[in-house]
Design a protein around this ligand. Sequence first.
Ligand code: HEM
Length: 208
Amino acid sequence: MHSPEAMRKVKKELAEVIGVGKAVEESDVARLPYMQAVIKESLRMHPPAPLLLPRRAKTDVEVCGWTVPKGAQVLINEWAIGRSPEVWDDAHVFSPERFLDSDIDVKGRHFKLTPFGSGRRICPGSPLAVRMLHLMLGSLVNCFDWKLDNNMEPKIWTWMNRLGQFLFHCKIPDSAFNCFCLFPCVFVYFFSCFFSELFYCTLISVIK
Ligand code: HEM
């Protein structure tokens, strides 16, 4: 809905591959590359677990030149990695096309896109989640025409994204975007959520 062009392309693909108004089935998914790319792009820009799950280092360990001391709590800022211009071209643009000729997936092998984590503690529910995302998103888009509430302009939502970027970028060092690093930023995260929510509620009240 935020990207009318991507919405148009997904609807077109669904209409051509399975026919308008039909629910998507598992066997259809392989024939829907654009929708697969839309889901990866959504997980890149809007990871449902923006800081993954907290972990604690059992021993001193060196990661990308940084020393993580024994006992330190480690938070992976997946949200910031997904939006980092050092990692992605046009990082703040919703562009599913970037995944069309790419082998990047969400199985934890590509550290630039790990919405389900990586390694031995990767989300065990990810195969189920990925299947459900395709079936649900595809069916919802194929069976309904969607629009923003009160014909709201997508740019209003962009302001909200910008606010989120500001709150994150002003607190987190650039070097942290490059790799899995250590931050004591759980407070920043909660404050960011709080202020974003406050801004959102105020905005909605003003619009209403
Ligand atoms: C879009 C949906 C989902 C997302 C984005 C997600 C994301 C995550 C992430 C980021 C982690 C932490 C991985 C890490 O620290 O490396 C995790 C762990 C976990 N997830 Fe999910 N998850 C999703 C759906 C599910 C579902 C459907 C289930 C169960 C059916 C599930 C069960 C678990 C469990 C049990 C863990 C803990 C694994 C461990 O610590 O060993 N998740 N998930």
